[in-house]
Design a protein around this ligand. Sequence first.
Ligand code: BES
Ligand code: MN
Ligand code: ZN
Length: 500
Amino acid sequence: MEKATVSIKILRVEIGKIKDNALLVGFLKDKLSFDVELKKLDSNLNGVIGSYIKNGNFKGESGEVKSIFTNKDIKSIVLVGLGEEAKYSLYVLSNAIADASKRLRDNGTDSFSIFLESFNNGKFADEGLVEKVALSSLMALYKFIEYKTKDKDKAKWIKKITILTNSKQSFDSEIRYACTVADCVNKTRSLVNTPPNVATPRYIADYAKELAKQSGLRCIVFDERQIEKMKMGCFLGVAQGSVQKPRLVVLEYDGAGKRQKPIAIVGKGITFDSGGLNLKPYPYILNMKDDKGGAAAAIHIIEACARLRLPINLRVITPLCENMPSGTSFRPDDVLRACNGMTVEIKNTDAEGRLILADALAYAAEQKPQAIIDIATLTGASLIVLGNVGTPFVCTDENLRKKVNNASVKSLEKIWELPLWQEYEESLKSDVADFKHIGDEGEAGVITAAMFLKNFVKDIPWVHIDIGTTVWSKVDKGVLTKGATGATVRLMMKMLREWK
Ligand code: BES
Ligand code: MN
Ligand code: ZN
C-alpha cells in the first residue's frame, strides 16, 4: 500500500536563496505590499510578481490562490489571499494554507516552501503560527485510498514541506506537536472511514492492542463473558442482536505521579448503527459506520498523549458493538439494568449510544477520576442545534467548562455549550423502570440524551461532546476532506496539553 508521509522542515534562509517547486506567499487584501525580502526576490524575477498584482490578476481575497510560473530556482510563486486585515485570524490562515496545499498537490507538485513571515502580518506569535501551518497542511493533505485498487500509482502526494523563517527559534516542539496531532487526527479519520464489515468490535480491539504495544500504553480488552460478569446490562442489551460480539477496551497512560487522579475519556464505539429493530430507513442508514467516531477519537487521543509524554494520567474506555436487528435483538419495552444497578426502560432501539455509554460512564466513575469526558456520535439532533459548523457539548463543572472553551479557541475546533436545566429531567420519567432513555420526540434531543447520561457519572466533573454531525464532512474544504473529520482530537489535545 502506498502511504503518504509528508516531511516538514524549518529552514532559516532568505526566500531568494532556495530551490523548490513552489513558494507560498500570503497577502492581506488591504496590504498588497512587499517587504524587503520579497522585493529582492521579485527583482531577481524581473518584477513578475509586482506586475501580476498591478495588472489586477490577484486581489488577496480570502480563498484566492494564484500561481505564477517562473521556471527559475523556485518554479512557481503561489500567491495566497488572506482577506481583510481586520478579519484575519489563525482560522483564516489555517484554511488558506490547507486550500493552497491541496491545490498544489492536485496540480502534481510534490514539494513546496512557505514564506512564514508573509502569513504573520504582525498578528501572531511565531510558535502558534508554525504549529497551525504544519497542522493545517498535514490535515488538508489526508486522503483515504485504502480500498481503491485502480490507478493507485497515479495518486498524487506532497512529500516535503519547508517552512522558511528568519526566527532564531528551533520550533522543534511545535513541529513535533503538530505532526503528532495531525497523525492522530488522520488515523482517527482512517479508522472511522474503514467500512463496517471490516472494522468490527474485534478488529478495533485488536487495533487498540497493537497501538498500545507501539506507544507504550496498557491495554485491557474485556470480551462478552467478562462484560457479563461486570453486569453491563445496557451495553449487552444493545450488542445482543449482532453476530459480532462486543468488546470493552480500556487503555491506560500514566505520565504523572501515582497520586494524580486520572482523567477518563469514554468514546462511543458502535461499529454500525442500523437502528436495531427500530431499523433506520434509507437514506438514514447510510454512513452509520461513522458511529464509532467517539471511540476512534479517544483511542488516538491517548496515543498522542503518550507520544508527546504529557504529564497527566489518562484512562480511555470504549464500549464496542454493533446495533443490529435480529431474533436476538433487544426490543422496545425491554428493561435493561446498568452495572450501577439502575434500570432503564427501552423506547427506541435506535437510541443505543446512550445505553452503551451508561455502562461505560458508570465504569469510568468507579475509577474515581478527576474528570470524565465522553465523546459520542449521539444524536441527529446535533445537526438541528448548530448545523455542521460546530459541536454541541454539555458540562457540569465550571473549571472544566473553562478548559474546554479555552481549548476550542486554541484548537480552532468550534464547540458550544447547551444547558442541563432540571426541567428536561421530566421527560425521562418511566412508569416501570428508574427512567426511560429518550425524551419527548423532537424536543431538545441533544440535551435529553445528555440528561440521561448524567445519571451515570455521579458527581464527578463531566463533559459530554456530541459529534453526531461534526464527525463527518460532506465537503472537501480547508482542513476537511470528504469523510471522517477526526473531530475532537485537536480540541482534546489542546486541553490535555495545558491540563492543570
Ligand atoms: N448514531 C445515531 C445518531 C446519529 C444520527 C449520528 C445521524 C449521525 C447521524 C444515534 O444512535 C441515533 O440513532 N440517535 C437517534 C436517537 C433517537 C431515536 C432518540 C436520533 O438522533 O435520531
Ligand atoms: Mn442509533
Ligand atoms: Zn448510534
